[in-house]
Design a protein around this ligand. Structure first.
Ligand SMILES: N[C@@H](CCC(=O)N[C@@H](CS)C(=O)NCC(=O)O)C(=O)O
Length: 230
């Protein structure tokens, strides 16, 4: 068969996956990583599945959940016939397959800055405050978490001072903003004084007024524990 015909047939075969509404199961809890994904879906205007928010403990058992995400972390998202863990992979997948609000800027320099900020937060700060890590740290866990978020924000503040407009990079909401707000939420939980970081504080306050950030907030999810419901 002619090459162009094969390409065309392949395109037609995959078209439903690209255009149809996804069947989604987001397995999450009060986690900053899951909140990232909820914000991204809300910005893109994609509906989440019928059970959007369940911790893996409630999903069945940790052993069963392993089949979904061998790292036994949240989130895990089932979309278009595949299961994805890793919040940034999920966010970038919906950016590449869905229309709606753009999560990565067109300009390569801004796009790189968005990735730099996202990576700083998701690789440089969040992993060391993970539940699994904190269980190993033991009694010192509050000081430990406070120390690493403080250190991360000391690096993030001057970077954001240089890149931010209304939002983290320029004046468009991007993946960087999606990573920032849940991390500030964690910082506040661990009593980091965000007043020390005026750019981070301003961006967080601005973003928390945006619908996608408000509706995806941990305080208003189906399984939100009563003590954090607002
Ligand atoms: N890099 C992963 C990190 C996932 C992750 O650390 N999830 C946390 C919640 S934010 C978790 O499930 N922690 C439980 C544990 O590690 O036991 C992502 O971005 O999705």
């Amino acid at each position: 068969m002619h090459n162009k015909v094969i390409v065309c047939l392949l395109f037609l075969a995959y078209l439903p996956l690209i255009t149809c509404n996804a069947s989604l199961t987001l397995v999450s809890q009060r986690s900053s990583c899951s909140w990232r994904v909820r914000i991204a879906f809300a910005l893109k205007g994609i509906e989440l599945g019928p059970s959007p928010s369940q911790s893996y403990q409630r999903w069945g058992s940790a052993e069963q959940y392993k089949g979904l995400n061998p790292m036994q972390q949240v989130p895990a998202v089932q979309i278009d016939g595949i299961t994805l863990s890793q919040s940034l992979a999920v966010i970038q997948y919906i950016e590449e397959t869905r229309t709606g609000h753009r999560l990565l800027p067109a300009d390569p320099k801004k796009r790189a800055q968005v990735r730099m900020i996202s990576d700083l937060i998701t690789s440089g700060i969040q992993p060391v405050q993970n539940l699994y890590v904190l269980q190993k740290v033991g009694a010192e866990k509050v000081q430990w978490t406070h120390h690493f978020i403080q250190r991360g924000f000391e690096a993030l503040e001057p970077i954001l001072k240089g890149t931010a407009g209304k939002y983290c990079v320029g004046d468009e909401i991007s993946m960087a903003d999606i990573c920032l707000v849940p991390q500030v939420y964690n910082a506040e939980r661990f009593k980091v004084d965000v007043d020390q970081f005026p750019t981070i504080k301003r961006l967080n306050q601005t973003l928390l007024k945006v619908g996608a950030f408000k509706e995806s907030h941990p305080s208003c999810q189906l399984d939100t524990p009563a003590e954090i419901c607002t």
